[in-house]
Design a binder for this molecule. Structure first.
Ligand SMILES: [Zn+2]
Length: 250
């Protein structure tokens, strides 16, 4: 339904299906790594693609915004997450680190396009994401499921029901910067002087949320099931061949 005209198209795993419910919303993640390439490897490995990956130079689009992404956990029962009209952005960086101005400018530009394209209001129905406290998960995230299902707007991964991750960890200043109407509005505000222009430490840092790459870690449990059936059949087939064990098959 929609490809962003200023994004670099880059399909990885494809969509997780059609949207099933909900008004359109924008979900903000951090990749929990220092490079876009590292994030792409994780998406490939876990089939956990968002719609967009954004760094300081480039906006990549992996999935059409008319179809569902893959970066959220979806528990059996409850509300839909990926398929609840959630358009997902993975910001290259870490929940516990400040985000750079060039990256935030790209995210902001993309958000304004998604809002216009899909009628997403510029509000945070479960509140803005909480920033890290002493570099760690601050806890106490509002993940209200009814709000998520019924209200369009912006959500952090930290504000999505059935999920435990606390990214993107935006500060209030970063949220204010992202919510500016356009690139010319209020950029002279002294508040935004605190936003860093670059982050030399980004590439060498490690995530404090190491399982972020796999939104559905429970899925490997499904693989032993089909393996059990052939194992159970083999002994039965063998015993039929042996004429001496004629009593056994029954
Ligand atoms: Zn996330």
């Amino acid at each position: 339904m929609a490809k962003c005209p200023f994004a670099k198209q880059m399909k990885i795993s494809g969509s997780s299906g059609t949207f099933t419910s909900g008004p359109f919303k924008i979900v903000h993640h951090t990749t929990e790594g220092g490079t876009a390439e590292g994030a792409f490897d994780a998406f490939r490995q876990h089939k956990s693609d968002p719609h967009f990956t954004v760094d300081a130079t480039t906006i990549f689009q992996h999935i059409d915004t008319g179809e569902a992404g893959r970066a959220l956990r979806n528990a059996p029962g409850g509300v839909q997450t990926n398929r609840d009209s959630a358009i997902q952005i993975e910001v290259v960086g870490f929940a516990h680190r400040p985000k750079t101005r060039p990256t935030l400018e790209n995210v902001r530009r993309l958000c304004r396009w998604i809002e216009k394209q899909h009628g997403v209001p510029r509000v945070w129905p479960n509140g803005p994401p909480k920033p890290a406290v002493n570099g760690q998960d601050p806890g106490g995230h509002n993940r209200d499921a009814a709000t998520w299902d019924k209200k369009g707007g912006h959500y952090g991964h930290s504000n999505v029901p059935e999920n435990t991750h606390w990214d993107p960890g935006y500060t209030q200043t970063e949220v204010d910067f992202l919510m500016l109407a356009d690139a010319n509005e209020s950029l002279e505000s002294i508040e935004f002087d605190s936003i860093i222009l670059e982050d030399p430490g980004l590439a060498d840092d490690v995530s404090r949320m190491p399982d972020h790459g796999d939104p559905n870690p429970a899925t490997p449990l499904e693989t032993p099931r089909p393996a059990r059936k052939p194992r159970a059949r083999k002994p039965a087939a063998k015993s039929r061949k042996g004429s001496a064990a004629a009593a056994e098959p029954s």
